[in-house]
Design a protein around this ligand. Structure first.
Ligand code: GLA
Length: 389
């Protein structure tokens, strides 16, 4: 099993804390965004993958009339009511679990409480969506415990609602869908309008590195929301200009943008060119992958980063340095911001036979250029969320 040592530690800690074994253990991985930045809430396309790091959630019924959740790394317990639980201000990690529980409660009311504990190994603050992983392993475990029959999209929406109403981040569905739908060795291509999901084998010739230069990363501080708002503010304008229906930026092409952008506020015009271009790059990338052209696919990652840096302005100096450095490293095919931005990490597409040397070379070159540390982690596209016990 993936991350067996974490699973073993969780079972042992669960028993020590609750004096019994869990009835069910669920697992959900983090995710990496490979191409298609800020396109999910614009109903566009994204390439992502579930990663080989994740979170386990152990659960059993109790007769206490409350739900109890323990963060296994802190061994700290929070109790919350079965219904109408509000977000907590202290121990804010619990909000992802509470929000997910309340979302499932609305689907099928739960009349008894549970004792739960979670433990994972997703590096935090790196833009690998540890929060979505926590929501999705919570959701899987509760559904198994109470026989709630919910499909993947419903579970993803429950997690998204927890982010919106309990964590204060107006995110799209990318993180939750990727955590649920990943497969070993495959990229997940999602159409965020139809929510049609395909998995694409990229073979063994390339792999991914995640480079963390320890830049600040906080989607809840308003930057993400302001970018989303800029995107949504342009929809009405294009709906008036175009003959075809426009209900999201998905309906606007780059050619439309060129023709009509001058009538928009210049900042809004610049911002929206990013997700519009990103969606087109994902479709172009799918063609390149179908032809096996990984070099052209990699170039799209560099183009994506440039668009983030200059148009959406959701990059930062640290990530720009990482991406610039990767362009000089043998075997690297592409690199870009992964996830919301304003910090976090860069994803690098690299030839597998050059990956180990590239990882060392990126870290060394980053140190030489900036004097600071950049952690480089190899990422394996991996299976999505599941029940393990
Ligand atoms: C974060 C959000 C996602 C998505 C990405 C940017 O990860 O949670 O919904 O918008 O940023 O592509």
């Amino acid at each position: 099993m993936l991350n067996q040592a974490v699973y073993d530690e969780l079972l042992q800690k669960y028993k020590a804390h609750y004096g019994k074994d869990p009835a069910i253990v669920a697992y959900a991985p983090g995710r990496i965004e490979v191409l298609g930045n800020h396109t999910d809430y614009n109903e566009g396309y994204v390439f992502s993958a579930a990663i080989n790091y994740g979170t386990f959630f152990a659960i059993a019924p109790n007769d206490k009339g409350v739900n109890r959740i323990v963060a296994g790394d802190l061994m700290h317990e929070v109790a919350y009511p079965l219904t109408d639980a509000k977000p907590v201000e202290k121990d804010t990690w619990a909000n992802y679990v509470i929000g997910t529980t309340m979302g499932l409660n609305a689907l099928q009311p739960q009349t008894a409480g549970f004792d739960a504990m979670f433990l994972g190994n997703i590096p935090l603050g790196m833009g690998l969506s540890s929060s979505a992983a926590l929501e999705m392993c919570t959701a899987k475990a509760i559904c198994a415990l109470y026989n709630i029959d919910a499909d993947q999209v419903t579970l993803a929406k429950v997690g998204q609602a927890a982010e919106h109403h309990y964590a204060g981040c107006p995110c799209g569905l990318l993180d939750q869908i990727s955590s649920l739908c990943g497969e070993d060795g495959k990229l997940v291509k999602t159409d965020f309008r139809s929510l049609k999901i395909e998995t694409i084998d990229v073979g063994n010739d390339v792999c991914l590195l995640m480079c963390n230069p320890h830049a600040r990363h906080a989607l809840v501080d308003g930057q993400y929301a302001s970018r989303r708002q800029a995107c949504e503010s342009a929809v009405g304008y294009f709906a008036e200009k175009l003959a075809t229906p426009v209900t999201a930026l998905r309906d606007v092409t780059l050619a439309n943008w060129v023709a009509y952008q001058s009538g928009l506020d210049p900042i809004v015009a610049k911002r929206i060119a990013h997700p519009i271009g990103e969606s087109e790059r994902v479709l172009q990338g799918a063609d390149y992958l179908a032809k096996g052209d990984l070099i052209a696919f990699g170039q799209l990652l560099f183009d994506s980063h440039e668009s983030s840096r200059t148009l959406f302005e959701n990059s930062c100096e640290e990530l720009d340095n990482v991406v610039a450095i990767t362009k000089t490293i043998p075997g690297v095919l592409g690199a870009r911001i992964s996830g919301g931005g304003f910090g976090g990490s860069a994803v690098v597409l690299v030839k597998t036979d050059a990956a180990d040397a590239a990882a060392v070379a990126i870290a060394e070159a980053y140190k030489a250029k900036t004097g600071a540390t950049c952690d480089v982690t190899r990422i394996q596209p991996s299976q999505g969320a599941c029940i393990v016990k």
